[in-house]
Write a protein that binds this ligand. Structure first.
Ligand SMILES: C[S@@+](CC[C@H](N)C(=O)[O-])C[C@H]1O[C@@H](n2cnc3c(N)ncnc32)[C@H](O)[C@@H]1O
Length: 299
């Protein structure tokens, strides 16, 4: 802790910051992640006006970060350098997508799929999974923790993203005996030596139609990488490529799980069927919108 302040003074400071504009929930997030004052503690301050609050960084620094967010639309996660996601605290920086809450559900879907039966001569081999377009490595790290002893491969075209993923996928963050290899290249290409062996593949590919991307909030459009978001004219460029290569890359019975835009459910499912996959199903997010599709290679 580098500074201490009286609760009344901190609440006054908060009101002053918000007077100039900005979203109160964002300022509270900043106070929590950068200031070290948890949301629960912030709520209690109103009942304890004379309490002393310890801060992880001084108010001048917090004010500077808040101004950069408010005036330059810089995402708070980039300014602070971390993003809470599932039970993880991930490193993020410009050049890598900030993990979104809805993507957490891809891990729940992965956990809900039946494990493909191992071939009789490969019973001793650990489960092999891949994360296409790994970005910060959020999905890869969550998979590694969900499947101890498994072997994972995390692919991205962006060297910047892979550098951040490498920091998040430190061996110390994973269960013993679990490994994740990082590969640079386009979708299935760098996985060529493993084609036909992948038991589970997850991807949250870029899927925003270009026209929609151009209208996104400046905090996203001006600062997050277009490579991570722009999915081409209909948003389906990446999903088309992934669906077309899935049959060759998956092990018999292996699962492919994709995230997509809220209006792409039927098109994404059709692309997977055209790619030769079976058991194709759409899945909703927590608001009931179809945001995910699962399918597998026939056993
Ligand atoms: C929507 S982001 C997902 C990042 C991360 N998996 C997540 O859920 O937060 C899509 C990722 O795909 C990567 N990407 C874009 N085109 C690619 C390609 N042709 N091959 C591999 N990765 C690609 C981007 O660099 C970006 O990291």
């Amino acid at each position: 802790m580098v500074a201490s302040i009286n609760a009344t003074a901190l609440l006054h400071w908060r009101r002053e910051q918000l007077r100039a504009g900005g979203n109160p929930a964002d300022l509270d997030w900043l106070l929590d992640l950068a200031g070290g004052v948890s949301w629960a503690r912030q709520q209690r301050l109103r009942l304890e006006p004379t309490a002393t609050v310890q801060l992880a960084c001084d108010l001048a620094r917090l004010e500077q970060l808040w101004r950069r967010h408010r005036l330059e639309h810089q995402p708070l996660q980039y300014l602070v350098g971390v993003c809470p996601w599932r039970d993880l605290e991930l490193r993020v920086q410009p050049g890598v997508l900030i993990p979104r809450q809805e993507t957490e559900l891809l891990i729940e879907l992965a956990l809900a799929q039946p494990r493909p039966a191992a071939a009789p001569d490969s019973e001793e081999l650990p489960m092999l999974w891949a994360d296409l377009g790994t970005g910060s490595g959020c999905l890869a790290l969550a998979l590694a923790r969900a499947f101890p002893g498994s072997r994972g491969l995390a692919v991205d075209r962006s060297a910047e993203a892979l550098a951040v993923a490498a920091q998040n996928l430190m061996p110390a963050a994973m269960p013993p005996g679990t490994s994740v290899g990082l590969l640079q290249g386009s979708w299935w290409e760098p996985l060529h030596p493993h084609w036909g062996q992948l038991h589970l593949v997850l991807s949250n590919p870029p899927y925003i139609p270009t026209g929609v991307w151009e209208q996104l909030d400046p905090v996203v459009r001006l600062h997050e990488p277009a490579l991570a978001l722009d999915g081409g004219q209909d948003g389906l460029d990446a999903i088309r490529t992934i669906a077309a290569g899935a049959q060759r890359a998956l092990a018999p019975g292996g699962w492919l799980l994709l995230e997509h835009h809220h209006d792409q459910g039927p098109a994404a499912a059709e692309l997977l069927r055209q790619g030769g996959l079976v058991d194709v199903n759409n899945h909703p997010d927590l608001e009931g919108q179809q945001r995910f599709v699962s399918a597998r290679r026939s056993p």
